[in-house]
Design a protein around this ligand. Structure first.
Ligand code: SF4
Length: 411
């Protein structure tokens, strides 16, 4: 096999990593590296997130340690039977690349994943070694996200948590049946067990110790996972049900949704086309409704016919149109929980409304100045001098709002 240069490896292994959506650096806390003589910081004006044309975050050095893999998951470009060009970084190469890019301010951190080489422990051991060298030998203060391998030993996962800001284990597909069909060598119960262990460890280390009264640093950005959307027939309702279970059972910080990308020479059990990117976007919006807007998972698609999110309008507006009896909501009197249900009002806008109404009553124009589209909010609120009357129940309301929002987006 030809010897590849680091540049060639980088081209192969960064391209191979682009299928992983879980690379946002939210949830990290600052390593006080500057004061302790280390290099860099994860906070402050240096943090930037950029996005590739397909919407994925590319602010980190996002690479695989290797795209060789002993597994044969049919949706994956790096599966053992795939005919792709292979490469493998050494630990030294990843450390050097990361530090070179970091010193030049090209990146704020590292997202490292890998195919499984020889054994889960061997692969995980190398990934942990990259993180250890960065933190201990190079005094790297940037963000580190390590993708962990569910079958790796508990000791290695524990070490990973000492050096990484965030750990993630991919559930891959929303249902056990999907995993069994498309990734038969993976065991959903092993993935869940690893997530449960990681949750326990994160919680255990978050408690102050008896002796030092300090919390030990262990994956402060928590754990996350990624689910592939559209590789099997699971509906959006099924996907959101799986997410709700993951948030509830393992206290994940994030579930990332990654629209399936068709791969060359793929199995006949896979779709030939990728699902619309808007489906991924609507799932993220629905996910936010569960995490920040007080919606339960069954509510989001309650009353929809096919268990799929409406691609034309956002899930909060879709819910409000199906539940018009809950509106209008009085912006000058309603509880925060009721305001969170109003289409077009985000959490920050609601905080401002609550703050403002302590001093004076809000009119529709005041709300309009705070939010993006008053046309979206108008039918669902009462304000000083404004009542929507029959507008809330108007038959053509959906079209009316969509039209105004489209016109707005033209300017
Ligand atoms: S284990 Fe990971 S890298 Fe290997 S084939 Fe499966 S999804 Fe791809």
């Amino acid at each position: 096999m030809a010897v590849l240069s680091v540049r060639e490896k980088l081209a192969i292994l960064s391209d191979a990593a682009k299928y992983d959506a879980s690379c946002a650096s939210s949830g990290s806390t600052k390593r006080d590296s500057l004061r302790s003589g280390g290099i860099g910081s994860t906070e402050g004006s240096g943090i930037c997130h950029s996005y590739a044309p397909d919407g994925r975050c590319i602010s980190l050095l996002k690479i695989l340690l290797t795209n060789f893999c002993i597994y044969d998951c049919s949706y994956c470009i790096n599966r053992s039977s795939s005919n792709v060009r292979r490469a493998r970084f050494s630990v030294e190469e990843v450390v050097k690349l990361t530090m070179d890019f970091y010193r030049r301010n090209y990146i704020e951190g590292l997202f490292l994943s890998s195919g499984v080489i020889r054994s889960p422990d061997e692969t995980m051991g190398e990934m942990v070694e990259v993180a250890r060298r960065l933190r201990i030998e190079e005094r790297f203060g940037g963000y580190i996200h390590l993708k962990t391998i569910p079958e790796a030993s508990a000791e290695l996962i524990e070490k990973a948590g000492l050096y990484a800001d965030r750990l993630s284990i991919n559930v891959e597909l929303p249902t056990d049946e999907g995993v069994k069909k498309l990734a038969p060598e993976k065991r959903p119960e092993t993935i869940r067990l690893s997530m449960a262990k990681l949750r326990r460890k994160i919680e255990e280390k978050a408690e102050p110790t008896m002796q030092s009264r300090r919390r030990e640093r262990f994956a402060p950005g928590g754990q996350s996972t990624q689910m592939i959307v559209g590789a099997d027939k699971t509906s959006d309702d099924g996907i959101l049900r799986a997410s709700a279970r993951l948030y509830g059972s393992y206290h994940l910080r994030r579930v990332y949704y990654s629209a399936f990308s068709p791969i060359p020479d793929s199995s006949s059990s896979l779709p030939l086309q990728r699902p619309p990117l808007m489906r991924e976007h609507r799932l993220y919006q629905a996910d936010w409704l569960m995490r920040f807007y007080g919606f339960s998972q069954p509510e989001i698609l309650d009353g929809s016919n096919d268990g799929m999110l409406d691609l034309a309008i956002d899930p909060k507006l879709a819910w409000a149109l199906r539940n018009r009896g809950r509106f209008p909501v009085d912006v000058n009197r309603a509880e925060r929980e009721a305001l969170l249900r109003v289409p077009g009002l985000g959490t920050r806008v609601i905080d401002k409304i609550i703050e403002t109404r302590r001093h004076r009553r809000l009119r529709l124009e005041d709300v309009g100045r705070l939010c993006h589209s008053v046309a979206k909010v108008r039918p669902f609120i009462v304000a000083e001098g404004w009542s929507p009357g029959a507008l809330t129940d108007k038959a053509g309301l959906r079209q009316e709002i969509t039209r105004s929002c489209e016109q707005l987006s033209l300017f």
